[in-house]
Ligand binder design. Sequence first.
Ligand code: HEC
Length: 506
Amino acid sequence: MNLWRSGLLLLALSLGNPALALDLSPQELAGKRLYREGVSAAGAEVVARVGAADMQVPASVTPCASCHGADGQGRPEGGVRPPSLSWQRLALGRGERQANGRAYPAYSEASIARAIQQGRDPAGNRLDPAMPRFSLAMSDQRNLTAYLKRLADDRDPGLETQVLRLGTLLPQAGDLAPAARVVGAVLAGSVARINEQGGIHGRQLQLVVLDPGPDLASAEQALDRLLGEEQVFALVMPLAPALDAVLATRLEQARVPLVGALAHSAYSRQIFEPLAGVREQLQSVAGYAEASLQAQRLSTQIVYAGSEARSLAEALQADLQQRGWTQVQVEAFSSQVPTAEAIFYLGSAPAFAELTALLEAAGRAPYLFAVSSQMGSEVARVPAQWSRRVFLAYPFIPSDWTAAGRDGLSALREREGLDGRQALLQVGAWCSMVLLEEGLKRAGRDASRDKLVVALEGLHDVQTGLTPPLSFGPGRRQGLEGAHVVTLELPGPMFYPVAPYRRRDL
Ligand code: HEC
């Protein structure tokens, strides 16, 4: 990438909206930044006074877009109804307008400033105190007003008349390359199916695939490119673990939604995962172990392999202690033989095989608890002494598959030359596309990234044909809340579901 280009991308990203979809003047761009991020052109902090008590907070905590939406169309939440800020509706033409039971004449530039700074509309009505009062320098107010005039036309990138562009990051080399090939094939197959059925709201889907490269720097560069020059509207199922620590923040800054299964993700408003995370899946296993094995009374070790799994291990320890497990220790995997009666394992499949070999050699067979996604094909090689003593979380089991789901996946496998290996990844990518399709349909022809986030959040009981029904909600970003618990009968192995997946509210 040449210098000029990367400089431009940097500029675009620091403005919050990576793609300059609309040609905005410097003044309008400064206004946009204030609108979306609550930051003034001079870089000074803008103060907002919120609520009836006029509490002062930085505007960056409560920027206009957080209530009125990045698209300015208003995002009702908890009984508060921020109106549309379309300039057309606010200020153009004559005649009375209405919002939340107030009636008032057209806004002017001066009365807009009064609404924003003092909380009164042009008729002198007090605005609901849910609308903060912002202290703005004159230049900031001018920038903001200039942007409000363009807001309605400032469409999110990647949304064109006939095309909607999605992006993903899939490595072509390294350990993850085989997985990436599978994910790429499922995404491509799903996109082809949706397009053959006419696309979504008259738009054909286009998938931009970039290679995240070997490290954080290369992965960030690829992400910048997706959001910058490639102009993608949303991300789907990237495989770029190097980005884990920064992804949520980056997506929140750019307000880009992502649908996909991630390895270690923290909660983010922008990220929707079809299946439950490792931590949530292990809660299901713990619930079963308490009910059937009274495992909360056993000495328990959480053994993790790889430093990335450490924080997860500590989180799990806290979860277990809260559930009443009294003797839980966290330990990094080493050549030392764990002595506990029950072991939760977190880490990769090869290290799991080393762990069982170590225990076997020491003549120990404690209960083993783990998630299937971390076991891979090692499941087939668990030594026989763990028959019905190993318990694994599975997000789905064969009985979740409907005829339609099975047929759909077989057709896709055939078309893309896939076999049954990496079924979990296949299902993860499949479900991600089902969710995106459903979310985009609901977001409407006049979609925006914000509308997509709201639409995804509103999805309940989505039938994927391959998993239990997926549901989201405010503060809920995983489609499943746990997993089925399955034990292995060895040798074999034969798989026995011992506790079905249950939603927590059922
Ligand atoms: C915490 C949520 C929130 C934030 C942040 C917020 N607003 Fe509002 N805004 C509202 C609500 C709610 C109303 C409706 C008040 C009413 O109708 O009484 C409103 C009303 C308005 C109105 C009056 C619209 C009309 O039809 O009379 C304008 C103009 C406005 N906001 C602009 C802005 C701008 C510009 C910003 C950022 C500088 C901003 N708002 C930030 C919640 C918010």
